[in-house]
Write a protein of this length. Structure first.
Length: 468
């Protein structure tokens, strides 16, 4: 372990800097910034040991100043401190987003949104990035709230709210100095150098309004209709469950449950689309850059599905289409949707490999570095789905090679803080990938080469923000 100080903490493309510390200091780097302690972890086994095997210790969350305190994200599930509120959030989310529930309740919405995406690609192929963002925003909004706009006079477009809030996330994703120097939060907003604080005050109002308005709209509809005619959604399903138990709950308990549902639904609304959009975007980029891999996926889809029917969630699985599965896994490894895992804080002092780790230390896992570890992946910067495949010894068919570390093991977090929406995100990405390559061949525009102007190094190619 080695130590560095606050001014070595990077604000941009932090995982690359953390990776350089691995070369200089080893897998653990200790940073002290304005009295706050950080432990940067750069290898998979150490992350797994601390965040999963010792997950009952390393389970608390750090409250960042800008996003957490000033903008108000500390009430979102993935940033909520360990305790009864967090456990209640996780209980609601885990029940609502289990893989069988996702398949039963949300597959139809995923397919409907994907078909609209295909139609948009036919009309405006040059807008595929914007349409991907719109598709995932609509999908997660509908899964969270069951609607993408309300029907009140002068009502609001929920998807526009989502996209507006996503812009805030993109603006703030790589951090501000106030997060490392917390005394800066006391700077008055009217001072010339406090534009960041004026922005935070404005963004806080947007957050609070969107969260309260969307939840209240669904609650009102549920109370008026008793749920009849309402599509499945996280808010509807969990409110119905809570209201069915109201005879055994006090008014305060019901209010606490409603508040928790409001926060959990907004957490999914906030974080769910960004992860899914990132995986799909990387997949589409990889397929365009690597036509040989695209051809193999399309050949597999043609063999299993054929031209006369749409893909179905029943086609999903490595035993049915292993090359498509491996290609999606490689997309998540090649460009992890979350490059730095949100800090896990120990709830008590701990000793690890002879090192003393005080309670409250922000332990940051560098998922990007795991994806680029040459001891785990041969030529890690190369896109190669075959790294996850092997031949079955009995019949020679392709199957997933479980001896190779799957990105499932690190891109969605660890232990009890693992992302509860991982099955939702992966199923949505799978459906989009299957439909797009069932319908289209992807290639660069005539007369253009993907290599022209393409940024070939990892540092140039990817955005490294830790956004969820």
């Amino acid at each position: 372990m080695a130590c560095t100080d606050a001014f070595d903490m990077p604000l941009g493309k932090a995982p690359l800097t953390y990776g350089k510390w691995l070369e200089r200091y080893g897998p653990l780097t200790w940073v002290v910034a304005s009295g706050k302690q950080y432990l940067i972890v750069n290898d998979y086994e150490t992350m797994k040991e601390l965040m999963e095997k010792r997950g009952n210790i390393y389970i608390d969350r750090d409250s960042t100043v800008l996003l957490g305190e000033l903008i108000g994200q500390k009430t979102l599930t993935h940033r909520t401190p360990y305790g009864p509120t967090w456990r209640q959030h996780r209980r609601f989310l885990n029940r609502a987003l289990m893989a069988p529930i996702v398949k039963r309740d949300y597959s139809a919405a995923m397919i409907r949104k994907t078909l609209a995406f295909l139609n948009a690609l036919v009309d405006r192929p040059q807008d595929f990035l914007m349409e991907n963002k719109k598709m995932t925003a609509e999908l997660v909004t509908e899964i969270s709230y069951g609607m993408i706009e309300d029907d009140e006079d002068g009502g609001h477009d929920f998807v526009k709210m989502h996209l507006d809030i996503a812009k805030i996330s993109a603006t703030t994703a790589e951090g501000y100095w106030v997060d490392y120097l917390p005394w800066m939060k006391h700077i008055p907003p009217w001072t010339p150098l406090a534009q960041w604080k004026r922005d935070a005050i404005k963004w806080r109002k947007q957050y609070d309004f969107a969260r309260d308005y969307m939840f209240d709209a669904v609650k009102k509809q549920l109370l008026n209709t008793r749920g009849e005619g309402m599509p499945a959604s996280l808010v509807r399903n969990t409110l119905q469950e809570v209201y069915s138990q109201q005879d055994s709950k006090s008014g305060e308990e019901l209010q606490n449950d409603e508040t928790a549902i409001k926060q959990t639904s907004f957490s999914l609304f906030r974080a769910g689309a960004e992860t899914t959009e990132s995986v799909i975007r990387t997949f589409l980029l990889a397929m365009t850059l690597h036509p040989e891999a695209q051809a193999r996926v399309r050949s597999e889809i043609d063999a299993v599905i054929g031209p006369n029917r749409f893909p179905s969630v029943d086609d999903k699985g490595p035993e049915k289409m292993p090359y498509l599965e491996a290609t999606l896994l490689e997309s998540m490894r090649w460009n992890p949707p979350v490059s730095s895992i949100l800090p896990h804080l120990p709830i008590r002092d701990d000793i690890f490999r002879g090192y003393f780790i005080p309670k409250g230390t922000a332990v940051v896992g560098n998922a990007w570095q795991v994806s680029r570890d040459p001891q785990l992946y041969h030529q890690p910067s190369v896109f190669n789905p075959e790294r996850f495949l092997k031949r079955n010894e009995n019949d020679g068919s392709l199957t997933l090679d479980t001896s190779v570390l799957s990105p499932w093991e690190f891109v969605f977090g660890f232990g009890r803080r693992i992302c509860p929406g991982r099955d939702l995100g992966f199923q949505a990405a799978w459906i989009t990938a299957a439909f797009v390559l069932w319908a289209f061949e992807m290639r660069a525009k005539d007369g253009m080469s993907m290599e022209d102007g393409y940024m070939a190094t990892d540092e140039e190619r990817f955005n490294f923000a830790a956004i969820s």
